[in-house]
Design a protein around this ligand. Structure first.
Ligand SMILES: Nc1ncnc2c1ncn2[C@@H]1O[C@H](COP(=O)(O)OP(=O)(O)O)[C@@H](O)[C@H]1O
Ligand SMILES: N[C@@H](CCC(=O)OP(=O)(O)O)C(=O)O
Length: 373
């Protein structure tokens, strides 16, 4: 099972963490990056399509700007990313050119993925690049990404890219062998977990933050990324990129790393986008009858089952639905703004249709726009 999922993966997203390609002396380790480029060329030669999500803009920029530490404020981080991204891309350009491979820089923000039209457009661009045999090198567009439109970390971005282009496998290369029972930097007794069938709360709690100068999210964002794509049926493999030739060897069937199996049945792409890419703008609290209608019977959400509304949102925005126990049970795109929902919550369809302007009312969230969590 493990072997097949890995060896037969045709379209692969490889995420390269800052921890792997950073160098204290020069900002960016050209040697490491060249070696990784060779290994990517090797897995392409195995008959795979490869897209790279690479961090490293900020660490490259730190050296170039003469900063002493990883920037804390957003403007300094953005300035470092701006000067660092061109250096990062230049290093990839040179490394892949030697291997007769062409690369393309693709910079994305959350806003590019949260708008369905832009999401589909990005999908088009990336698949066209793959058809041309180009290796896309993707990063977050840190320079323009303010808090509201940032993905925030590249493990999450890689998961969103894997979904975007319907990948068969997500590989996260880091400076650690995989997921351990605890952070191995802090607990020398921690052991590697080679195969994860299901991401339980226990697994999530074992994944800690980054304890290095360069790292952003640590193991926590990697496990979250694996959960995200796993729901879409894409497995995730975490490997130690500091070990020479581990990537091509493991992809050829050798043991190594931690593999998170994805769900066998893929979630429909649009529903996955609603569930995992969009950020909720508000919350709709439901009564037990509505929870059952949604979760067990696959019905659309009607106003009669709504008890209350939190937040301010417009028609078409994503919202989460919670049951009487306060737990999230669904997420979907609402047909009405929060201002209208406050007026019609708890009312029957026939009564709502008597309200001027709401004669056409049918449902608050249509089941095609609703995902059960
Ligand atoms: N349970 C765990 N297993 C493995 N690594 C862990 C765990 N918890 C925390 N970590 C830390 O996560 C780090 C990798 O994440 P990070 O530093 O963000 O790297 P990258 O730059 O590759 O994304 C490891 O070096 C390790 O210290
Ligand atoms: N976009 C940033 C990296 C953000 C990030 O997630 O870093 P990492 O944890 O090293 O993958 C950069 O290029 O510096």
């Amino acid at each position: 099972m493990r072997d097949e999922v890995i060896t037969q993966a045709r379209r692969v997203v490889v995420k390269i963490g800052s921890s792997l390609i950073a160098s204290r002396e020069t900002g960016l380790s050209a040697e490491r990056l060249e070696r990784l480029a060779k290994e990517i060329a090797e897995i392409r030669a195995q008959g795979r399509e490869v897209l790279v999500v690479s961090s490293g803009a900020v660490v490259s920029g730190i050296k170039k700007l003469g900063l002493r530490e990883y920037p804390k404020s957003l403007p300094v981080k953005q300035a470092a990313a701006a000067v660092g991204q061109s250096r990062l891309m230049w290093a990839y350009e040179k490394a892949f050119e030697r291997l007769d491979l062409r690369v393309a820089q693709v910079l994305l923000t959350h806003a590019d993925l949260a708008d369905r039209r832009r999401f589909l457009n990005a999908r088009h661009t990336l698949t066209t690049l793959i058809e041309f045999g180009v290796v896309p090198i993707i990063n977050e567009n840190d320079t323009v990404a303010v808090e509201e439109i940032r993905v925030g970390d590249n493990d999450t971005l890689a998961a969103q890219v894997a979904h975007l282009i319907d990948a068969d496998l997500l590989v996260i290369l880091s400076d650690v062998d995989g997921l351990f029972t605890a952070d191995p930097r802090k607990d020398p007794g921690a052991t590697l977990i080679p195969l994860i069938h299901e991401i339980t709360e226990d697994i999530e709690q074992r994944a800690g933050l980054s304890s290095t100068f360069e790292g952003t999210g640590g193991m926590a964002t990697k496990v979250r990324a694996a959960k995200k794509v796993g729901e879409y049926g894409v497995p995730t493999l975490i490997l130690n990129g500091t070990h020479q030739r581990l990537l091509p060897e493991v992809l050829s069937g050798h043991p190594g790393g931690s593999l998170f199996l994805g769900r066998e049945r893929r979630m429909n792409s649009r529903k996955h986008w609603i569930a995992f890419t969009l950020r909720p703008r508000g919350q709709v609290q439901l009564d037990q009858g509505a929870v059952e209608a949604l979760v067990r019977k696959g019905k659309s959400l009607l106003a009669s089952g709504i008890r209350d509304i939190t937040g301010q949102f417009d028609a078409g925005d994503p919202v989460t639905c919670t049951g009487p126990d306060g737990k999230e049970c669904a997420k979907g795109l609402v047909n009405f703004s929060s201002a209208i929902l406050i007026r019609i919550k708890g009312l029957k369809t026939a009564d709502i249709q008597k309200i001027p302007g709401l004669q056409e009312y049918e449902e608050v969230i249509h089941r095609d726009n609703l995902v059960i969590l």
